[in-house]
Unconditional design. Structure first.
Length: 248
């Protein structure tokens, strides 16, 4: 094990990096994964329309816990929009061709995409969705009717996935990060995933919901469910969200 860590750290050290595509003058990858032309997007409530009151930051941080037992209580569409905005919301597109978002990212690469297993959200059919961050909207994805059970199985039968109102699945797009950081990009993808999940913890806590971060899942099974190749695009982190069960 030590040999593996030593090799990883050595090969991703700055002195070991290859010449990046950016340095070679290659165009940067798209800011977002494409979606079919003419696809119907589901608009989400904009931040300036929310009725959700501000939360006390210190109190929210101190109350934050990993919460894996949930009541069968749905999220409202406004609450889902709030969670998505505070984890990947695009605040501005700069003249450098990058997005400035509500979370930090190495070099503003923002190489994560948010997929959602929606079980209980008012106004939405259960199933798989993707957050189109540049439009602050949802895209419904094709998925089998038993996607909830299949995803739960792929997460080693962790019951919080089945019980959740929604489960966030963050997908790493390696090209978007590697364009600048080449071999070192794998470090930054995992750091960015941590930033995003922590924002989800705090955002959910502030509206009375809870999160359980999930890193134990069957990589190939989860990637297959989202039609990802597991290399250029892969699920890097998962977070279930639900109303905490009072008795637990």
């Amino acid at each position: 094990m030590r040999q593996f860590f030593e090799e990883f750290l050595k090969k991703t050290a700055y002195e070991s990096l290859s010449r990046s595509p950016q340095e070679q003058g290659m165009p940067q990858p798209p800011l977002e994964l494409p979606y079919p032309e003419g696809a119907t997007l589901i608009p989400l409530p904009a931040p300036d329309t929310w009725s959700i009151p501000p939360a006390d930051l210190r109190k929210t941080i101190e109350q934050r816990r990993t919460r894996r037992h949930y009541e069968p209580v749905p999220l409202t569409l406004e609450q889902l929009a709030y969670l998505l905005w505070l984890t990947q919301g695009v605040q501005k597109k700069s003249n450098r061709g990058v997005t400035l978002r509500t979370v930090p990212s190495a070099g503003a690469r923002h190489a994560l995409e948010t997929f959602l297993l929606i079980n209980m959200v008012e106004g939405l059919e259960p199933g798989l969705y993707r957050y189109i961050a540049t439009q602050h909207a949802l895209l419904r994805l094709d998925a089998p009717e038993d996607i909830r059970e299949r995803m739960t199985t792929a997460c080693w039968n962790q019951e919080q996935v089945r019980q959740s109102a929604v489960t966030f699945l963050w997908v790493a797009v390696t090209e978007r990060m590697a364009w600048r950081y080449v071999e070192r990009s794998m470090r930054y993808l995992h750091l960015d995933a941590g930033h995003v999940c922590q924002n989800l913890y705090l955002a959910a806590e502030s509206i009375g919901f809870g999160v359980c971060a999930i890193a134990a899942f069957h990589d190939q099974k989860v990637n297959d469910l989202l039609h990802l190749d597991g290399v250029d695009q892969f699920v890097i982190y998962i977070g279930s969200v639900g109303k905490p069960a009072i008795s637990r």
